[in-house]
Write a protein that binds this ligand. Structure first.
Ligand code: C2E
Ligand code: CA
Ligand code: CA
Length: 910
């Protein structure tokens, strides 16, 4: 039965609709397609498809009667054969639809399958049509329309029908197969992407998310893919990275590839992740139709890098000696940069009170209601915490919150994280304490940042304390812990510089204790130090905190009052004086002290050095007026040469610029060298050599006698130690001059003893020369010191004998081994007859009490002859040798003295 044209069109439409509905499941509709053809033609329809291996299989069939259909299905099911060797391929090698005729059947008989030939015979299929289903030149199946009527009864229309149906089927099947391939490809792709840790999304040209792979995005950002669909991806990007992201995206939409960029994206739970993002424009791709955005999580790397940068920055601060609080602020900033919703602070243990004091935390400003007295926690609290852990504590339960629990809860503190800051020796420096509004444990990243913060804080504190200690020792007095001269001068220099820039002038107050020596004498050295400490504290208490109270050494203090008028300086001085005059109880003793104060107030063009000198000058004026005086420097006082000299001497003694020369002493009885006398020498930078009579006296006046004596003795001991194995020098006696002031100083004997010990020079090498006046005036204190010196092996000589109106009878009480006749006697020897008588009498008396006599200032041969004749034992003077530097005196003593031994009756070994 030949269908009509309209029926034909309906058939095609129905076939296409069937395929349309089937989608990729085209197999399901192939029977239906045959059914449609069968209904139209009344004949069976059969579809066989070519599989991947090129084999034909039954794929669809229909027939009007059930029997025929069953026979067809039974025969063809399971019957496979290569298409190339099928009857179809042989009858229509070009693939055009053909009528099946006895001729072409015969031509293809060798390829005919017996089962199909048998089927055709059974069912009376004597003719029919066959059409290969072709797509893109490839045969994918065969549509067979067998019929029982005679060959040749088909017309052109039938041929066109079967060709059209075969064509449409081929296209539909091919399409369905493509879709199916694509789907499976997609599924495979999706499965693959889900395995990758990267997040992959397909977005529209406006950034709307159309597709997100499962897995990656959840792992990285916590979102489920379906939560993101329809969202604009820029909503996930950190505000500060918007511009960057947009620029990159626009770039990706253009012709070139987008260079990858790193930006922050919001995590579902809050906080930000650093993503390494690349984008590929596949908007024109039929399958993808969007921009593929791939994101790789680089948060750890970025954080590690950031921490490294922060660490370097902080270490650099430490290395360059930045102020500690600045450095610790930077540490807090670093921690806050890596911790969400937290405010970090650094608390350090206060050295004195041992409480934790908030020291740094730039963001700690709004920390609510933490009263300072409540915010201090004992160091014990930190000491009890696990040293290397971050302890989480809530105000509700943590014992350390006790005093301010309610306040803390009320102010919204959910918990604190505390990490102790310790040094290498496990000493607790303090703690990093981070306050948060929620209550949770730190994440791995947060932990890392806090640990690093605590370590860096320890380094910074350690370094700062070291530097502090060094700086403190260099700028502070060890006894009183007050600033020393150096720091004082530096502060004064700064004040003078400020004055030059227009600030009010500073004042310098020089303060010298009046009877401090007595405290030392009576109560001892340790008590003296204690008094200085107490007085230092008193002085500090009566000045402004910004003023500087310094100890200049000995019993001298200096006070710098910044921006002070003359009148104010005087009233400050009065307060200082009152503070010193207040009686002082120490170990059951009451001490009454007073002081002299000199004031100098800055004038333009006066250097800080000059200011100190002026205060010094004024102070000596005050001292001269008697104790408890206050004197302001006036231009009338103009720094006198003497004041300059005092100042310079003080400096020279402190700088150890006093030298020693040695003058030889000859033994007239044996005509051999008996020893040398050490004489102090000072060379002033401008004035040249200053006679010791001047500077020794000056040193006594300015309280530097002890210091001067110390430095002379040090030099003598050093030379003697050097001469210890020198045959010329090792047995020479060493005369040293000791002043009354030295003798009276309780530190003197100890200092001598120490110096002997340190140099290894024996005490019995020394002859201590004390002037007659000293012995008489300082009788008691001298006696005690003399006894102590003798116990060190030293002997004693009476110096400048004959100048002090004392009697030998009195001097006998001193266990001296000799006396030195003053030069004035020797000068008079040639001029005055009676002088010789006096000398003779002195010699006789001295010998009577076992003392030797030394003539000083022997300048001429006559004088030498005279003293020799008068029975003088030893002689010293320019004639025999001038005072010389150590090496030169050694050279002189290597030769015998120009003296003939004279044997008097006395010296004869009778
Ligand atoms: P002195 O103890 O009587 O020392 C002897 C002084 O006489 C020395 O003076 C010496 O140079 C000087 N002299 C020695 N032979 C002659 C001479 O033939 N003719 C003249 N015109 N003078 C002679 P110098 O070195 O100027 O010392 C002066 C005084 O300074 C010393 O008198 C002594 O009292 C004191 N002095 C020196 N060195 C020290 C010291 O280290 N400590 C103390 N406390 N006093 C010292
Ligand atoms: Ca002397
Ligand atoms: Ca003398």
């Amino acid at each position: 039965m030949t269908p009509r044209a309209g029926d034909e069109a309906r058939l095609i439409a129905a076939v296409l609709q069937a395929f349309e509905e089937a989608g990729s499941e085209y197999e399901r509709v192939l029977d239906l397609v045959c059914q449609l053809g069968c209904e139209l033609t009344g004949d069976p329809w059969v579809i066989r498809l070519v599989d991947d291996a090129g084999m034909l299989h039954l794929a669809g069939s229909a027939a009007v009667d059930v029997e025929t259909l069953a026979d067809i299905r039974q025969t063809l099911t399971g019957l496979t054969m290569p298409y190339e060797r099928s009857r179809v391929a042989s009858v229509t090698p070009e693939g055009a639809p053909v009528l099946i005729t006895p001729e072409n059947l015969a031509a293809s008989s060798h390829t005919a399958q017996p089962a199909i030939v048998a089927l055709a015979e059974r069912r009376g299929f004597v003719g029919g049509l066959v059409a290969p289903m072709r797509v893109r030149g490839r045969v994918i199946g065969v549509l067979w329309w067998p019929c029982r009527y005679h060959l040749g009864e088909h017309d052109e229309d039938d041929l066109r029908l079967i060709a059209t149906v075969a064509d449409r089927c081929a296209l539909a099947i091919d399409n369905a197969r493509l879709v199916r391939n694509l789907e499976s490809e997609r599924n495979r792709h999706a499965a693959l992407l889900a395995q990758v840790s990267d997040a992959v999304a397909v977005v529209d040209a406006d950034g709307t998310i159309r597709h997100v792979t499962a897995g990656g995005v959840t792992r990285i950002l916590g979102w489920l893919p379906e939560e993101l669909l329809g969202l604009n991806m820029f909503e996930l990007v950190h505000r500060k990275d918007h511009a960057l992201a947009l620029e990159g995206f626009v770039h990706a939409l253009g012709p070139d590839d987008m260079p990858p960029l790193v930006l922050r994206a919001r995590h579902r739970e809050g906080g930000w992740r650093h993503l390494y993002v690349s984008a590929q424009n596949l908007l024109d791709d039929d399958v993808v139709g969007g921009v593929v955005v791939t994101a790789h999580d680089v948060t750890q790397q970025v954080l590690a890098n950031a921490l490294l940068n922060d660490e370097n920055e902080i270490l650099e601060r430490v290395a360059t000696g930045a102020p500690l609080t600045d450095t610790l602020d930077a540490v807090c900033r670093m921690i806050d940069g890596h911790v969400r919703h937290g405010v970090s602070t650094i608390w350090l243990v206060d050295d004195e009170s041992h409480v934790l004091v908030p020291t740094a935390g730039p963001n700690a400003g709004p920390l609510p209601n933490i009263e300072p007295e409540h915010s201090r926690r004992g160091v014990d609290f930190v000491q009890l915490l696990p040293p290397d852990e971050i302890s989480v504590s809530t105000p509700a339960t943590g014992p350390e919150w006790e005093p301010w629990r309610e306040q803390a809860i009320a102010s919204g503190i959910g918990c604190s994280w505390t990490r102790p800051i310790r040094d290498a020796q496990d000493l607790v420096y303090g703690a990093v304490i981070l306050y948060r509004s929620d209550e949770r444990e730190p994440t791995e990243t947060e932990r890392t940042a806090i640990e690093l913060g605590a370590r860096l804080a320890a380094v910074a504190v350690h370094r700062a304390r070291d530097a502090d200690q060094l700086a403190h020792a260099a700028t502070h007095d060890t006894v009183t812990n007050l600033p020393n001269r150096r720091l004082f001068l530096e502060r004064l220099r700064q004040a003078v510089a400020r004055q030059e820039r227009g600030a009010a002038a500073p004042s310098v107050l020089f303060l010298d204790l009046d009877r401090f020596k007595q405290v030392n004498d009576r109560a001892g050295h340790a008590a003296g130090d204690e008094v200085l400490r107490l007085l230092g504290a008193r002085l500090q208490a009566v000045v402004r905190p910004t003023d500087v109270v310094a100890r200049f050494g000995g019993d001298e203090f200096a006070v710098l009052c910044d921006e002070t008028t003359d009148d104010e300086a005087i009233s400050v001085s009065e307060r200082l004086l009152a503070a010193i005059c207040e009686p002082l109880e120490l170990a059951g003793r009451r001490h009454h002290l007073s002081a002299s104060i000199g004031i100098a107030t800055g004038r333009s063009n006066v250097s800080h050095d000059a200011l100190v000198r002026r205060a010094d000058v004024a102070m000596y004026r005050a001292k001269a007026l008697g104790s408890g005086g206050i004197v302001s420097f006036t231009s009338g006082m103009a720094e006198s040469p003497r004041a300059d000299l005092e100042h310079d001497l003080r400096r020279a003694i402190e700088a150890d610029e006093i030298f020693v020369h040695y003058q030889p002493i000859v033994d007239l009885r044996t005509a051999r060298w008996s020893g040398v006398e050490a004489l102090a020498r000072w060379r002033h930078p401008e004035q040249g050599w200053v006679p010791p009579t001047v500077f020794v006296t000056l040193a006594e006046e300015i309280g530097m006698a002890v210091r001067l004596g110390d430095s002379v003795l040090t030099r003598v001991c050093r030379d003697a130690a050097r001469w210890a194995h020198d045959p010329v020098m090792r047995h020479q006696g060493l005369g040293i001059n000791v002043s009354g002031r030295q003798l009276a100083d309780p530190r003197f004997v100890g200092s001598v003893q120490r110096q002997l010990q340190e140099s290894g020079v024996a005490g019995n090498r020394f002859i201590v020369e004390l002037t007659e006046t000293t012995m008489m005036e300082e009788f008691e204190s001298a006696m005690a010191s003399v006894t102590a010196l003798r116990s060190l092996g030293m002997s004693l000589a009476i110096d400048d004998f004959g100048t002090g109106h004392s009697t030998l009878a009195r001097l006998r009480q001193f266990p001296a081994v000799g006396l030195k006749l003053d030069r004035s006697f020797i000068v008079e020897l040639g001029e005055d007859e009676r002088s010789a008588d006096i000398v003779a009498a002195v010699v006789q008396l001295a010998h009577a009490v076992g003392m030797a006599v030394c003539a000083e200032g022997v300048e001429t041969r006559e004088q030498l002859a005279m003293v020799q004749r008068l029975g003088v034992d030893l002689a010293q003077g320019f004639l025999l040798g001038r005072p010389l530097p150590p090496d030169e005196v050694r050279e002189l003593l290597a030769r015998p003295p120009a003296v003939q031994p004279i044997l008097t009756m006395e010296h004869l070994p009778l």
